[in-house]
Design a protein around this ligand. Structure first.
Ligand code: BGC
Length: 760
């Protein structure tokens, strides 16, 4: 070995050793600080640290926290959420620092879900970008704005794998797939906390992975509903995304509302202690969800005292809004029904979080009017919002190259979303201001001032009064047009008749997805369908642009329109981004992260299902199928078109049989066979043909985003290792089993080339 190599090698060893020694020294310093502080604390002060009330601008549950300022002064609060802006945060922090005996600073949390002030597409949309550096950047930008606004803790990422689009909260997550969801979890944690998890940097926040666990598997897609699931299914499918966040160093975890196999997550010792801390090695802090401890009473887990004890002993450190830790824990200790060690442990974890943020050195560290002025909604963030919106849009169909639109043609823009602003930033849009979102119509006027585009509203976003009455108290701002539905449609049809192409912009009101927004029918609202049917009668080609928070059932729309662009709720820069995609300034590249069913009757439907003993066969009666619709979805996981076309060669494998520990490459040549430059997401799936337990028909194991100029081609190479073949065997051991495998490469889970290989 050359000397230089020896020197480098020994430096690496020393650096590795040095880093762990440095960490040990930092931990020892933190322990000493917290030991000293806790030695001074009364039991009331310790319990106070476990209290997390809401004060400020928003509420997300039926209960409101009461008397929070007085409680802060009395040392009965460890952190608050729903307060932001430097001014508002400073006032509350001053109460803690100036009025309490030990001057312990507060945590300031908030639901920063897809941006703080600059709003990016909803997470389901962002996940359709399949672009991890982009997703990480959006989280980074959100952390920068949140910290500039006084916050130090965000209740994100939400990584609940979900396969039931009736559940409104699919909007907040990364879709149905475990592998993709795990990549997103990692990217978001790194984005919020910074690449090295150095929480002391002024633009880093504590991230909070939620909702632990399995919240996305609520029965029948009804929010907060029961979850009952085999250990195998949760281990294989639902838990890895949370684990990925933990492995990425996420600082906090939020326990979920749902029960799991008979024990609510908030009272679940196995989940919060045995699994999360003991098996996964999570060292941070756990907070409950909103009033989740109080809700344990509704679950039938006992009275106030019982549920407070259950929640603490299970492993929750902070009580969000229930006030039951401050109400019950001391009495339990005095009655010798609770070991004080649990309070000490939880208190220590809360204090550690504050210490890691550097709040003991500077409780006002996130409060800077200057940063707020310079960093919030600056040009860089708005440009990122536009890029993210463009990259998240999915072109679902495009017959006869109807898109991109040609600006010189006569185009009629019709529908309740054309001039809409209220809904563009979607649900859980934090401190985002919908009035700052760019409507499509405004963007169009700005970009094409001299073109004569026509417009007709065509219908209200909803006509269903009962639904409007549910949404409007929550700021939906749905105002019915003074014209009757029939007149609105008539006007739209007249407008359409005069055009070469009709662009119908439709979707959900933002409150139709998100929390407590489950739907049993996930089609477009009936009045929008009526408009579309009337437009269809004109015989003009229809481009449907959708803004919504979940997969919708779109069979009729698919059969009767020329093109469909899924834009999700695109965020602050919605209008600009949609205009750029429609007119071809940006060639769409998004791919679905969640299956679009043909009908709600197919739900749950997801690409990596098991094969069954009687796989579908049209010629035989006794096979697994529906009598009335195909088994296949309308749009499969991974689907998304481009204005150009991509050709895939056959797959070449560097080896067709491998031994454990070996690697091989799988290669295809990707060819841009169309007229436009464009980006393709090349997807790799694997199937294990024989196992000690049944294996899914396909599992995503990798992807590459490849940009090709028109006519260009490139070799795309995936490295496959035997780690990619591991699964939980019959004994729940994570391992490989020898045998036959199939490898697929393609443009969606349903459009692939395949090759065979063997693990010896
Ligand atoms: C939601 C959480 C959210 C919390 C605080 C709850 O209702 O389930 O996702 O973080 O409220 O606003």
């Amino acid at each position: 070995m050359k000397l230089s190599k020896i020197v480098i090698a020994s430096c690496l060893v020393l650096t590795g050793f040095g880093a762990s020694a440095q960490k040990a020294a930092r931990d020892a310093k933190m322990d000493a600080y917290i030991n000293k502080l806790m030695a001074k604390m009364t039991i009331d002060e310790k319990i106070g640290q476990l209290n997390l009330p809401s004060i400020g601008f928003d509420v997300t549950g039926p209960i409101l926290s009461q008397g929070v300022e007085e409680k802060i002064e009395k040392g009965m609060v460890g952190g608050v959420f729903n307060t932001y802006t430097p001014n508002a945060v400073r006032k509350l922090q001053e109460l803690a620092i100036k009025k309490t005996r030990l001057k312990i600073p507060l945590l300031f949390g908030y639901d920063v879900i897809h941006g703080h002030r600059t709003i990016f597409p909803i997470p389901l949309g962002l996940s359709a970008s399949w672009d991890m550096p982009l997703i990480q950047k959006t989280a980074r930008a959100a952390a920068d704005e949140a910290t500039a606004d006084g916050l130090n803790w965000v209740f994100s990422p939400m990584v609940d794998i979900a396969r039931d689009p009736r559940w409104g909260r699919v909007a907040e997550g990364g879709g149905e797939d475990t592998w993709l969801g795990s990549q997103i979890a990692r990217a978001m944690v790194k984005g919020y906390q910074g690449e090295n998890n150095d929480l002391r940097r002024e633009d880093a926040v504590l991230a909070c992975v939620k909702h632990f666990a399995l919240y996305g598997a609520a029965e029948a897609g009804r929010d907060y509903n029961t979850v009952d699931m085999s250990m195998r299914k949760m281990t294989e499918t639902y838990l890895p995304a949370y684990k990925a966040a933990v492995d990425a160093g996420v600082a906090t975890v939020m326990s979920s509302f749902n029960e799991i196999n008979g024990v609510p997550a908030a009272a679940n010792h196995w989940l919060l202690t045995d699994l999360l801390r003991n098996q996964w090695g999570f060292k941070g802090m756990v907070a409950t969800d909103y009033t989740a401890i109080m809700e344990l009473k509704n679950h039938g887990m006992g009275d106030d005292a019982q549920v407070a004890k259950l929640a603490l002993v299970a492993g929750n450190d902070m009580d969000m809004v229930s006030d039951l830790f401050i109400g019950e824990l001391k009495k339990l200790v005095q009655a010798k029904k609770l070991d004080v060690k649990y309070i000490d442990l939880a208190c220590r974890r809360v204090l550690e979080s504050k210490y890691k943020l550097g709040l003991f050195d500077d409780p006002y560290r996130n409060i800077s009017e200057n940063r707020a002025k310079n960093n919030i909604m600056n040009a860089e963030k708005l440009a990122l919002a536009k890029e993210a919106a463009e990259k998240s849009m999915v072109l679902l169909k495009n017959d006869n190259n109807t898109l991109p639109l040609q600006a010189g043609k006569k185009i009629a823009f019709v529908g309740p979303m054309v001039k809409n602003q209220r809904d563009l930033i979607g649900n859980w849009s934090g401190a985002g201001d919908w009035k700052k979102a760019i409507s499509f119509w405004d963007a169009l006027q700005a970009q094409y001032p001299s073109n004569k585009f026509t417009y007709a509203k065509g219908c209200n976003i909803l006509d269903d009064k009962a639904l409007i009455d549910k949404l409007n108290p929550h700021d939906a701002q749905i105002v019915l047009d003074s014209k009757s539905p029939a007149d609105l449609i008539k006007e739209a049809v007249e407008t359409a008749k005069d055009a070469d192409v009709v662009v119908a912009m439709m979707g959900e009101a933002f409150g139709m997805s998100g929390e407590a927004a489950s739907r049993s029918d996930i089609s477009l609202p009936a009045n929008q369908q009526n408009l579309l049917k009337a437009l269809r009668e004109t015989g003009k080609p229809i481009v449907l642009v959708l803004m919504n928070g979940r997969p919708l059932t779109l069979q009729w729309e698919h059969d009767n329109t020329a093109a469909i662009l899924e834009a999700w709720f695109p965020g602050t820069k919605a209008g600009d981004a949609i205009a750029d995609v429609l007119f071809g300034k940006y060639n769409p590249s998004g791919k679905l992260s969640m299956t679009f069913p043909r009908s709600v009757g197919q739900i749950p439907i997801y690409y990596n299902a098991k094969g069954t003993g009687r796989p579908f066969n049209d010629e035989q009666k006794y096979t697994s199928k529906y009598l009335d619709i195909p088994n296949t979805p309308l749009y499969p996981f991974g689907h998304g078109l481009s204005y150009t076309t991509f050709g895939y060669s056959a797959i070449k494998l560097s080896k067709t049989s491998i031994r454990n520990g070996e690697r091989f490459t799988a290669t295809v040549t990707l060819n841009n066979t169309g007229k436009y430059d464009g980006e393709e997401t090349v997807q790799l799936y694997i199937r294990d043909m024989v196992g000690s337990v049944t294996r899914p028909v396909k599992e995503l194991k990798g992807f590459q985003k490849v940009f090709l100029k028109a006519g260009e081609s490139r070799t795309v190479t995936f490295n496959v290792s035997t780690d990619d073949l591991k699964f939980y065997d019959i004994n729940m051991k994570y391992t490989t089993e020898p045998g036959d495998f199939k490898l697929f490469i393609g443009s969606s889970s349903a459009d692939v080339k395949e090759a065979d290989f063997k693990l010896l």
